[in-house]
Structures are given as structure tokens and as C-alpha cells.
Design a protein around this ligand. Structure first.
Ligand code: ZN
Length: 445
């Protein structure tokens, strides 16, 4: 007999047949490290793949569980989770199994966890589950994160030339956010009991198609599993794996007059250095839900040098930080789900945002190790990008962009959100203590 090592026994990637359905409480573990099967005339096939973890996960929010999720989702076997790829379907099945284990019911197409949307002649798949309301009502809080990434660097890769076709594992972007949502699902699933306090239902959504233009969440917003008016709030987690200096960015706070007070109150025990941003028009999945009348919040720990490179790997993340962010978010979800009054929606004009999808790019690489220097220090510029063409150099500190004072990288992102592609503006940098004003022409992404 000839042993044949075969990759994970994947079924056709563009079918919804291989759906995971909820199983009995004991849980049928679909996963096993090595399965042995006999195929045809005595050919032994070893279907070897990293055993997706599961049975040992706890029903509480823990750093260890988050690490387990990220280790699997950001392993090479997921091949960078490009939308509609084999690797992303593998990741989707893992996520569906975790929702099953949490006791979360399927809320995708045809009684499955998967919601398909068209992508380049194939299908991407959202993974969606729900816990029904316990207050007899029909309202829900939506909790989500995108699980797709950029595959082998097909789009917007920042890999160096010699690493161009490497797998981009996307541990921070966005296995970290998926880990938060799966931990919340496990915690809420375990809390459910007949004597539980009344509250709204919870929908857990893991989106695909984000990197290629927020396709999955946009599809959901047009085809939601419950009428969109019944969704009272959306909390999004995109890149939450690099909590540093205790600083947590929360975007979209302007989408409801209620958010600010809640965040402040809930942050007293949590103790983050919170950086709130009003603008809900961000290049992540909140932009799909906000225009539908849903108050949104986006949790984010900031950019870093590993972003969209093949080095965004599991061993670089701050898992204690992920645990703290998930616990903080849970306290806010408790309010959104449990408060009698529904959170108010605030409609903010899109005047500052140039396009509903992506902000412009200037090709700068921020130096996050620069500490307390006011301004945004640059650790490099992308070859041929606008910053290089403007004459910006490594070590420069950006202090002003198109009239906006830049105190740090977050200010810079906000300034970019108001910039238009192909329109030249002034950019002021400090170089060796001297202020230089240069001309830069951002490009569209
Ligand atoms: Zn992302």
C-alpha cells in the first residue's frame, strides 16, 4: 500500500453542500488531525492537516482561547483566506463549528451558517449565527468581524519584492477580530438559561469579502437574516491584536448620541486609554451597516509595520489585549441588548469621506516605536508611492497634512479620510528639527 498524503479533505469550494449544521450537545467533532480512509484498491490515504482545535475551549472569554482561534485561522493551511478561496472556506468551516459548539443557531442561507455572495464568478461566504431574544421581542445586536484576508498578497500587499507570493496569514487582520467574536459567542452561548435577564437577540457575523471591498457585509446589509430595522446596533472588530500603550481606538462613535456615555461608563472598570473617533465612514464593515440606520462601533488597535505583509503572524499578537477588548465589548453589548430603550441613531453627513469604500493612500509607513514624538514619524515609504514622489524620507515626522495638524498616526488617518485621490496638497514634515513643506498627491486605493 502506498500512503498518499493529501491535504485536508476539502469538498468543492464553491458549493454550500458541505455546511456545518448544529449537532447535539455532545457535539460531533468533524475535525480530526489525521483521518485514514481506504480509497479504491488498497490505497491508504492519510488526510493530514492541523487538527482544528475545539473541545478544550472554555465558555469564558480568555486569552488562551483567542490564541487558539488565531493559531488556526492564521496558519499557512488557510492560505491567507482570500475571498472564495479554498483556504477561506476552510476557515469558514472552523468558524461555523465554533458557533455550533457555542450553541449559536445557524442564520445563513437555507438553515446553514453560510450566506453566499457572488465574487468573480464564484462565491464568497459569510458565516452567520444567532441567539434569539429572551425578552419576547424581535430586536437584535449584531456583532461581527471579517475573516477574509489577502491570500498570497493578491491585493494591497506590502510585501517586499522577494516575498511577493508568500502566504499573508492575517493574524491581526483579522483573525484577531474573529477571535473576539467567537469568544463573545462562546460566552453568551454559555450564559443562556431560562432565568436569564430579558434581552435582545444577538447575531454573530463573520464576513468574507472585506478586503476586496466590504462585499460580505454589504451583501448582508441588503439581505439580512432579520429585517434590518430590527438590528439595534452593530459592533465590529477589525485589527484588535496589537493593543499597545493601553490605547484602544473606537470608531463610529458619532453614529449614536448614546455611545459616548456608555463607552465612558464601561471604560471605568476596563481602564483603556480610549481614542474615540466620530466618523462611521471607515474602510471596514461598519460602513456597510451604518447607512442602513444602524448605530455602529468599530474597535481597532491601530496600524503597524506588519500590516498586509507575510509577517502578520500569530506570535506577534497581544492576546491579553484581545481578551480585555472582548470583555469590554461584552459590557457594551450587555447594555445594547439589555437596556429597555433602544439606542438612538444619528445620521451624519458623509461630507468628509471621499468615497464609501476606501480612503486614499500616501504610501507612508508609520513608525509605531517612536513613542511620544508629536506628529507621525515615518519608518519608510512605499516604492513609487506618493510619499516617495513627494520627497518624504525615512525618519521624517509628519506634523501637518492639508491644513490638519498631525499629533499622531490616528490624526493622520483622520486627515487622509478627508483627502481626495489625485489632488495635490501640502504636507509638512520635520527633518532634523527643520520644518519642510512638500507637495503630495494621494492616490485612490
Ligand atoms: Zn481588516
Amino acid at each position: 500500500m502506498q500512503p498518499v498524503l493529501q491535504s485536508c479533505a476539502d469538498q468543492p469550494i464553491d458549493s454550500l453542500e458541505n455546511t456545518v449544521r448544529p449537532t447535539a450537545a455532545s457535539g460531533i467533532r468533524r475535525w480530526s488531525g489525521v483521518r485514514i480512509a481506504f480509497a479504491g484498491a488498497g490505497v491508504l490515504i492519510l488526510t493530514g492537516c492541523a487538527a482544528p482545535p475545539g473541545p478544550d475551549l472554555s465558555p469564558r472569554i480568555t486569552a488562551d482561547d483567542a490564541r487558539t482561534h488565531v493559531a488556526y485561522l492564521a496558519s499557512d493551511e488557510m492560505e491567507g483566506r482570500m475571498t472564495a478561496s479554498r483556504g477561506s472556506h476552510r476557515a469558514g468551516r472552523y468558524i461555523a463549528q465554533r458557533l455550533t459548539d457555542a450553541g449559536v443557531a445557524p442564520a445563513g442561507d437555507a438553515d446553514t451558517y453560510f450566506q453566499a455572495f457572488p465574487y468573480q464568478g464564484r462565491h464568497g461566504r459569510n458565516v452567520i449565527g444567532m441567539l434569539p431574544p429572551t425578552n419576547g421581542g424581535d430586536e437584535y445586536v449584531l456583532i461581527g468581524a471579517h475573516y477574509d484576508h489577502i491570500g498570497f498578497g493578491e491585493i494591497e500587499s506590502r510585501a517586499s519584492e522577494d516575498e511577493r507570493d508568500s502566504i499573508h496569514n492575517g493574524a491581526d487582520d483579522n483573525a484577531s477580530g474573529v477571535a473576539v467574536v467567537l469568544e463573545l459567542a462562546a460566552a453568551y452561548g454559555a450564559e443562556r438559561s431560562p432565568d436569564q435577564a430579558p434581552r435582545r437577540g444577538l447575531i454573530f457575523a463573520l464576513w468574507s469579502g472585506e478586503e476586496v471591498g466590504v462585499l460580505g457585509s454589504t451583501h448582508f446589509a441588503a439581505n439580512p437574516c432579520v429585517p434590518i430595522e430590527q438590528i439595534v446596533a452593530y459592533l465590529n472588530f477589525d485589527m484588535v491584536g496589537h493593543l499597545k500603550d493601553n490605547t484602544l481606538v473606537v470608531q463610529g462613535v458619532g453614529s449614536s448620541p448614546g455611545w459616548g456615555r456608555w463607552l465612558e461608563r464601561r471604560n471605568i472598570p476596563a481602564g483603556f486609554n480610549l481614542r474615540t473617533q466620530e466618523d462611521p465612514y471607515q474602510p471596514t464593515d461598519i460602513i456597510a451597516l451604518y447607512p442602513k440606520g444602524v448605530p455602529v462601533l468599530g474597535f481597532y488597535t491601530g496600524l503597524n509595520d506588519l500590516y498586509n505583509t507575510p509577517h502578520d503572524d500569530p506570535d506577534t499578537l497581544n492576546y491579553e489585549g484581545i481578551e480585555r477588548i472582548a470583555s469590554f465589548a461584552k459590557s457594551i453589548i450587555d447594555s445594547a441588548a439589555g437596556d429597555v430603550a433602544r439606542l438612538a441613531y444619528f445620521e451624519m453627513p458623509m461630507e468628509k469621506a471621499t468615497s464609501p469604500d476606501r480612503p486614499v493612500s500616501t504610501g507612508t509607513i508609520p513608525d509605531y516605536a517612536s513613542g511620544d514624538v508629536p506628529g507621525m514619524r515615518i519608518s519608510g515609504v512605499r516604492k513609487g508611492g506618493p510619499a516617495e514622489q513627494a520627497g518624504i524620507q525615512e525618519g521624517d515626522i509628519i506634523v501637518e497634512f492639508d491644513g490638519h495638524k498631525i499629533g499622531d498616526a490616528t490624526d493622520y488617518q483622520e486627515a487622509l479620510a478627508g483627502a481626495k485621490p489625485d489632488v495635490t496638497v501640502d504636507i509638512a514634515v520635520l527633518r532634523d528639527g527643520e520644518r519642510l513643506v512638500l507637495k503630495i498627491t494621494p492616490v485612490g486605493r
